[in-house]
Write a protein that binds this ligand. Structure first.
Ligand code: NDP
Ligand code: MG
Length: 386
């Protein structure tokens, strides 16, 4: 039986991971859970899955949570609590489903403790790719991707010959809610419009990123680190059916694609059961009903975030840290109604343009680049919104 820790168990990926575990209750046991502040849901999850330990970032809410659950589950709080859970001795695999750069310390703690990682979070890898890759190599662990595109590529490259013969990666993108609405005025779109993704139901931050195409930009950088591939070999294709989750082309020009229904529980199950495959409850793809697969070149004029991500990734590594931090600040401001949707790329571009990129692979340097970018981005947001 695999013993699983879920970091970010109250989020969209965390909840889906628990539903996979529930279905395969003979295969997995939950040893630890964590949340940011949603103690109501964390309490319910603790009662259902009876983990040894649970962490909540908010220290005051933790005091409340302790009163509500049985003493069988130890409750810990703050960053220290999260890192303790991330490195727990009684664990085989850690699902990293905390959103944003804030997952970085816990992810590093899991890697350094030699745990197998099922990685949903992308912002930490984008911001600290060289540090994470180095630590994972040192600990001799694989990062098994949950992000559906990376999971697809991982499956297509899952033998040494395929890895050696890789020519190009085709990273597919649904296009989000606006790609095919050509007359839409980005200055006027509401939060509700942005949060209505046509294909996936996800947390708010990644849903906004899908609408700006920054999500795909982050995934380009994520793929670069996960598979050790040059940027120029990673090509984004808009594929509105979201059924081909990504493809790889080999030197002989043969292409492998991973195809399945659109449900995050599938890549989560793959990452948890890897290297085995277990029978799943999902539907087969109905190719006749689908009728067509279509592909389009991304429109980077309307969606500049994708080009900004490529530009940042071509520079020294702090540029990707800055890109991610500025984007997190801009998306956070948009979700609080302090910024127009159309200004998100402007915040990122302005912050990147003011940054002198340097190689940063030490944690202190990454944290410094992240903080620097957040201050700059906030200054720009304050000016833009007044
Ligand atoms: P959600 O916002 O739904 O969930 C985030 C989780 O992280 C929640 O449990 C939240 O706790 C917790 N959390 C947030 N901030 C902190 C913090 N500072 N410290 C500790 N815990 C924190 O996000 P998603 O599940 O949508 O996404 C999670 C990650 O997976 C992201 O990096 C995203 O890019 C990636 N991903 C998600 C996909 C999806 O389908 N959702 C697909 C592919 C990748 P609380 O609930 O208490 O706030
Ligand atoms: Mg994805």
């Amino acid at each position: 039986m695999k013993r699983v820790v879920i970091l970010g168990s109250t989020g969209s990926i965390g909840r889906s991971a628990l539903s996979v575990i529930e279905r395969f209750s003979k295969e997995f046991s939950v040893v630890a859970l964590s949340a940011g502040s949603n103690i109501r849901l964390l309490e319910a999850q603790i009662k259902k899955f009876k983990p040894l330990i649970a962490a909540c970032l908010d220290k005051n809410l933790c005091i409340e949570l302790k009163k509500r659950v049985s003493s069988r589950t130890k409750i810990v709080s703050g960053e220290e609590g999260l890192e303790l859970v991330a490195a727990l001795k009684e664990t085989d695999i850690v699902v990293v489903a905390i959103s944003g750069f804030s997952a970085l310390r816990a992810l590093l703690a899991s890697i350094r403790a030699g745990k197998q990682i099922a990685l949903a979070n992308k912002e930490a890898l984008v911001s600290a790719g060289s540090l994470i890759s180095r630590e994972a190599k040192r600990a001799k662990i694989d990062l098994i991707p949950i992000d559906s595109e990376q999971c697809a590529i991982f499956q297509c490259l899952n033998n040494d010959e395929n890895k050696k013969a890789l020519s190009r990666i085709f990273l597919t993108a649904s296009g989000g809610p606006f790609y095919f609405k050509k007359n839409i005025n980005f200055k006027k779109v509401s939060k509700k419009d942005v949060l209505s993704h046509p294909r996936w139901s996800m947390g708010e931050k990644i849903t906004v990123d899908s609408a700006t195409l920054m999500n795909k930009g982050l995934e380009v950088i994520e793929a670069k680190w996960l598979f050790g591939v040059d940027l120029e070999k990673i090509k984004v294709l808009i594929h509105p059916q979201s059924t081909i989750h990504s493809m790889v082309e080999f030197v002989d020009r043969s292409v492998l694609a991973q195809i399945s229904v659109t449900d995050m529980r599938l890549p989560i199950q793959f990452a948890l059961t890897y290297p085995r495959r277990l029978k799943s409850p999902f539907q087969s793809v109905d190719f006749v009903k689908l009728r067509e697969f279509s592909f389009f070149e991304p429109d980077t004029k309307r969606f500049p975030c994708l080009s900004l991500a490529y530009e940042a990734a071509r520079q020294k590594s702090s540029a990707a840290t800055v890109l991610n931090a500025a984007n997190e600040e801009a998306v956070g401001a948009f979700l609080k109604d302090n910024l127009n949707f159309s200004d998100i790329p402007k915040v990122v571009e302005h912050t990147l343009n003011n940054h002198n990129a340097f190689d940063c692979s030490r944690l202190e340097d990454i944290l410094a680049a992240d903080s620097w970018a957040r201050v700059r981005a906030r200054e720009f947001i304050n000016k833009t919104s007044t």
